[in-house]
Design a protein around this ligand. Structure first.
Ligand code: SAM
Length: 198
């Protein structure tokens, strides 16, 4: 997958992304599904969405934790412009998972939905997320699960899809303890949650 053409595709899509029927049938179900898995002892102060697109998940997060500082990061400028327009009370930055422009230990929760398979260096992206999490902070990664090998042609164009085992290993290698892995939408999406212990 050519990284610049992939981001260009999202730039082109950004103008109509929010209006797409796909949002209601697909992305909203993933967002609602992952938010159902989140249990926290106290209200999180700082929440980051990596590969935030137009900020749709962050708008749902705002309803749940109205006091939190919300930050979205996405390399597609068109997506970020749209997100800023729709959610002026959050911070949005044009950047990638591999280089997150946030200080060490500055986030309580990090989310990423259906973006991971686009990252050119997934291990580096997870290391960056571990860096910006505070000790005790959690990362919820939701992404498309690879199909069985005899159906892999259907997944062509979906970048680097990773198995549950591969994601678990990447979390552990980055210093995140895996808390749970859950399936959404009949196993099409896997949500992995990890915690930074120290
Ligand atoms: C399918 S969209 C999902 C957007 C949003 N998370 C949602 O659930 O609606 C994938 C997003 O990942 C972004 N993306 C691509 N490469 C990325 C990278 N290396 N780091 C972070 N985000 C990336 C794209 O620009 C795009 O906005």
């Amino acid at each position: 997958m050519d990284v610049s053409s992939d981001i260009e595709k999202f730039n082109r899509w950004s103008g109509t992304y929010e209006e797409s029927w796909f949002q209601y049938l697909y992305f909203d179900r993933i967002h609602n599904g992952v938010l159902r898995f989140v249990t926290v002892k106290s209200a999180p102060g700082d929440i980051v969405d990596v590969g935030c697109g137009t900020g749709r998940l962050l708008r749902k997060i705002r309803e749940r934790w109205p006091q939190a500082q919300l930050t979205g990061i996405d390399p597609a400028e068109g997506m970020v412009q749209k997100a800023r327009h729709l959610m002026p009370d959050a911070a949005f930055m044009v950047s990638s998972a591999e280089s997150i422009p946030l200080p060490d230990a500055s986030a309580d929760l990090v989310f990423s939905t259906t973006s991971f398979h686009h990252w050119s260096d997934q291990a580096q992206g997870i290391r960056e997320i571990r860096r910006v999490l505070r000790p005790g902070g959690q990362f919820f990664l939701s992404d498309i699960a690879p199909l069985p090998f005899f159906l892999r042609c259907v997944n062509r164009g979906h970048g680097h899809l990773r198995t549950r085992h591969e994601v678990r290993t990447m979390f552990e290698q980055a210093g995140l303890e895996v808390q749970a892995q859950r399936r959404l939408m009949l196993g099409h999406i896997v949500v992995t949650s990890g915690i930074r212990r120290e």
